[in-house]
Design a protein around this ligand. Structure first.
Ligand SMILES: [Zn+2]
Ligand SMILES: [Zn+2]
Length: 148
């Protein structure tokens, strides 16, 4: 499993290889995406980057996130009605858990789903080119609040 540091290095390298200019603001966006396990929105990334770089514009965040999405280093997630969420820690397809109350997005234990695509390909004859598998529910914290 890659560490956030690995992810940051990989993203930085790819941006450099494609000759994108690496400004400190861009580097900060990459860092937030590599480190966050919360699947942040663009606004949440903006808030974190702004703490270190108050002059950063929301447009810069958008541009960088879009760029990373295009080169496959960030995965965009859409849940009904909500704003797009981004996973830069793990940009390859994987299932997500979504809390319908607090909109928390979590990566479930991945081992359960390993080999699922291969199995599906074998049983249906499909060449699988992508997947999305989302679970919707109420997280333990929200269930606790509802009980009290
Ligand atoms: Zn919740
Ligand atoms: Zn994820």
């Amino acid at each position: 499993m890659e560490t956030p540091k690995d992810r940051l290095d990989i993203m930085t390298e790819r941006m450099r290889a494609l000759e994108y200019r690496m400004t400190p603001q861009r580097q900060a966006v990459l860092k937030v995406l590599a480190e966050s396990r919360e699947h942040p929105t663009v606004d949440q990334i903006y808030e974190q980057v702004k703490a270190d770089f108050p002059m950063t514009s929301l447009a810069t965040i958008y541009k960088t996130v879009t760029l990373l999405k295009e080169i496959g280093e960030v995965m965009e997630l859409n849940f009904s009605g909500g704003r797009s969420r981004y996973d830069g820690f793990n940009p390859s397809p994987h299932p997500h858990l979504y809390c319908i109350k607090c909109e928390q997005v979590t990566d479930p234990d991945i081992e359960t789903f390993e080999g699922l695509s291969e199995e599906l390909a074998a049983s249906t004859g499909y060449e699988i080119v992508g997947q999305r598998l989302d679970f919707f529910g109420v997280c333990p914290r929200c269930r606790e609040i509802a009980r009290s």
